[in-house]
Each structure stands twice: as structure tokens, then as C-alpha cells.
Ligand binder design. Structure first.
Ligand code: UTP
Length: 288
């Protein structure tokens, strides 16, 4: 069976970006001229995904509006002769079939994913966290879909992180079966460095078989008083093989201020319109 659906949880409070996220969504923070959520949807589309299921919450209306048609904007652009921009705006709403499911309270990533159960049904599906922007010729989701198409098992996106950072991630261990591809056997949410089974972290790209929903339904409140996706993955691993793939490309942790600024600088430097000018500007700032 092909992976055609992706779940994008966007119901978190984004507390690391307060006060910016007090009245607007973290996923709408822009990297140059496109919001983080645009890059996440593109990552899915490039993997052949056709339906995007957003798990939304209070204050997330801007995401729905972003992927919808804006008649007022189109009227305004037409009036000012900017027909090409109308096409660009239409392309955004035409990217996929968009579905919205509410998570009434942000009780954790596992709880958010479980909200998608009825819409996903009995199919394999992707989970994409917009916080993690993966820059590579082959999208992060596509790299995992390629593994899924070979083994028909759940696959997690992985990255080696510095030992001192393991407490920020779900950490895994397992047997490397080919370069960068692991059969996983242990999963721990945000361990202390001394308790971590490795320094291989799960990053925000996953493919799951629908069995994950049964495990999520049985998962009780875990670390941080939240229903943790990592706990459900550990239970699933007792019943099914789970693979992990070190993702190729550069990953930016845009859920943190530093990672977001790194991505902003690098995307701006590569931007066709402003890249050259921005580089000169940065040189001047750094030399001062
Ligand atoms: P994070 O923990 O990174 O996001 O969750 P957050 O809670 O919004 O941000 P901080 O940590 O307070 O700064 C990863 C993803 O899961 C979603 C978030 O929106 C984010 O995209 N999420 C998290 C939910 O949809 N529901 C939840 O209950 C928790």
C-alpha cells in the first residue's frame, strides 16, 4: 500500500517563541517569505502525499486561511495587474487536499497524532513536524517513503546529535543493517545523557503503519505530563519491526530560536532575489 496521507500536528503552544506565539501560530513564522508550514507541506507533496491532515487547536486559523483561496486578495491583485502573483497564490491552495481536525487540549504529540485516526483509517501514513525543516534534494518524507516501499514497516527519521543534547529528543538504538538504515529496538523520550541508549535522535519525520493508533490508545500520560508518541512507538516495536533512517541533508530545528535564525540566514543567503545583497550586508555586520 502507498503512503498517501500525512498528519501535521500544529496544535502546540510554541512556548519557546513567546510572546510571538501568544496570538499567532509558530508554524506561520516565515523563513524569508514562506511560513514553516509551507516547507512541511512541500516536504510531503514531494514524497507523493495527496492528503494533508492538520491537527489544529485554538489560534491556528491562519494556517487554514493560508492553504485556502483568498478571493479578496485575488481581487486586489487583479485590480493592480499582478496576474502572476494570483497564480502563485492559487498554487498554494492547490498543493493538496487539506483536512483539519481539532485537538481540544494540547496533551502531547501522541495525543495529537491519535486525533487523526478516523481520517487516516487503515492506511500507512506520514507524520511531519513543521519545526524540523529538512533541506535536501530528496525530501525528508520521501527518504522515509522509499524505505517503507521496500519493507512495509514503520520508519523514523533519525539524526546523530551531540551527547549533551539527547535530553531534547526521543532517542533510539538498534542494529545498522545498511549504511544509515537501522532496525530499531529501543526508544526513550528525552533521556538524561547518562541514561541515553545512544545519541541517535528521532527528528520530525515518521511513517507509521495504522497499528500505531492501537498503541496510542493504550498509552498513558508520560514524560512532561503528555501522551508521548515515543512511548507508543516503543510498544509498537514489540509487535512490528520498526526501521530508522539517518536523513540526508541539513536539518534546522526551527522550534528553537537559534535553529530558526540559522535557517533564516541560510535560506536568505540562497534566495534568488535578495541572496547577494544579504551576503554583502552580513559581511558588513560581522566585520564591525
Ligand atoms: P513541540 O513540543 O516542539 O511544540 O511539539 P510546541 O509544544 O508547540 O512548542 P514548545 O516546546 O512549547 O516551544 C512538536 C509539534 O507537535 C505539535 C506542535 O504544534 C509541534 O508542531 N503538538 C505538540 C501538537 O499538535 N499537540 C500537542 O499536544 C503537542
Amino acid at each position: 500500500m502507498k503512503v498517501k496521507k500525512a498528519v501535521l500536528p500544529v496544535a502546540g503552544f510554541g512556548t519557546r517563541f513567546l510572546p510571538a506565539t501568544k496570538s499567532s501560530s509558530k508554524e506561520m513564522l516565515p523563513l524569508v517569505d514562506k511560513p514553516l508550514i509551507h516547507y512541511a507541506v512541500k516536504d510531503a507533496i514531494d514524497a507523493g502525499i495527496e492528503q494533508i491532515i492538520f491537527i489544529t487547536g485554538r489560534g491556528k486559523r491562519a494556517i487554514e486561511d493560508y492553504f485556502d483561496i483568498s478571493f479578496e486578495l485575488e481581487y486586489h491583485l487583479k485590480f493592480h495587474g499582478k496576474e502572476d502573483l494570483i497564480q502563485d497564490m492559487r498554487q498554494i491552495s492547490d498543493m493538496a487536499d487539506f483536512v483539519y481536525v481539532r485537538q481540544k487540549e494540547p496533551k502531547g504529540l501522541g495525543h495529537a497524532v491519535l486525533r487523526a485516526k478516523d481520517v487516516v483509517g487503515g492506511e500507512p501514513f506520514a507524520v511531519i513536524l513543521a519545526d524540523d525543516v529538512v533541506e535536501n534534494k530528496i525530501s525528508g518524507t520521501k527518504q522515509l517513503v522509499d524505505v517503507f516501499d521496500r519493507y512495509h514497516c514503520s520508519v523514523l527519521g533519525l539524526e546523530e546529535v551531540p551527547k549533551e543534547d539527547v535530553s531534547k529528543y526521543g532517542i533510539v538504538s538498534g542494529k545498522e543493517i545498511e549504511n544509515g538504515l537501522f532496525k530499531l529496538d529501543n526508544f526513550v523520550e528525552k533521556p538524561k545523557p547518562e541514561n541515553a541508549p545512544s545519541n541517535t535522535a528521532i527528528i520530525g519525520r515518521y511513517i507509521f503503519t495504522p497499528k500505531i493508533f492501537e498503541e496510542l490508545e493504550k498509552t498513558s500520560i508520560g514524560k512532561g505530563n503528555e501522551i508521548q508518541l515515543t512511548d507508543a512507538i516503543l510498544s509498537l516495536s514489540k509487535k512490528e519491526v520498526i526501521y530508522g533512517k539517518i536523513l540526508e541533508g541539513k536539518r534546522f530545528d526551527c522550534g528553537s530560536k537559534f535553529g530558526f535564525l540559522e535557517a533564516t540566514v541560510e535560506f536568505a543567503l540562497k534566495d534568488k532575489e535578495i541572496g547577494k545583497e544579504f551576503k554583502e550586508y552580513l559581511k558588513g555586520v560581522v566585520e564591525c
